[in-house]
Design a binder for this molecule. Sequence first.
Ligand SMILES: [Zn+2]
Length: 328
Amino acid sequence: MVGEDRARIVMTPEEKIAKRFAVRSHAVPPVNIEALAEKSAKVEYVDFPTDADAVTLHLKSSTRPIMLVNSKGSPLRKRFTLAHELGHIVIPWHVGTIISHIDRIVRFKDDAYTAIEAEANRFASELLMPADWIQGVIQGSHDLAEVFRRLSAAKTSPQSMSIAAFRQFPAGYAYAEVDLNGVVQYCGRSAGTEISLPDPGDILDHSSYDACADDSHESSNGARSLHWWHFRKRAHIPSVSADKREWREILDGMLADTGSTPAEVKRIKMSLSGVIGAANGRDHDGTVAGLVALLKQRLVGRENFVDLLRHKDFETFLVKRAQGILAE
Ligand SMILES: [Zn+2]
């Protein structure tokens, strides 16, 4: 993964505070967050009647802060919660008593509360997985599997790890976590990535993403599976010169194999030419490899094309289609 464009990160004030705090505390991954929290507060684990992750009292008061942490979360979630609560203690403008919810997809009615929770999350992320450290891992790894394995050393949840890592990936990276039934729990993309992703609650057909991606990695903890994909700016393309068929013939063959009805064939062909036409109007580098890469990103994740994407002739079709477009 060395040599790719880097995403440019501008650190927020709370991330700079976390970075300074980590240096002062000699904290490096895997951070002993339990010890750090206990240095700054009295920490108690409590069986909460609500879905809150923690409550911290006496912020910026003369009394030593008390951190009450929900005992129900997983060990990785509790580590993130401790780092988040430590953020409330260290960030100067977080005062009084704060009830914490660390889930980052949730927005609260109160904008000020949402902002404070997001700040504490960013503090926690930078403390547990420093941006510089992540950048070093990305630069020094050969593929997504190696990035994942090395980032796992920070002992944070797959979701916080994905958010922190994907912020630094260049365009072309996406992730999704699914439950045992394949239902998407959360997903995301690096900046500039155009791949369509399902919404949380939808079923993920990961095989079509795997088929189109240039690199993919899956990790599972039994109940949940996390998928990471990388789509290059230029696809690795197979040699298609031995195949004498034209792209139209290959497309008809694939549609016949997938058992599509005449009405479906018509609909799929129309939407395929729409997507391909729109993609060709966009920025690409004018090479077959560049256009095939763009087409893959545009087609993956769209329900109409799931069977086509998995077909053995799909790549040959795409290459021949791209050659045709570029020859026009
Ligand atoms: Zn909080």
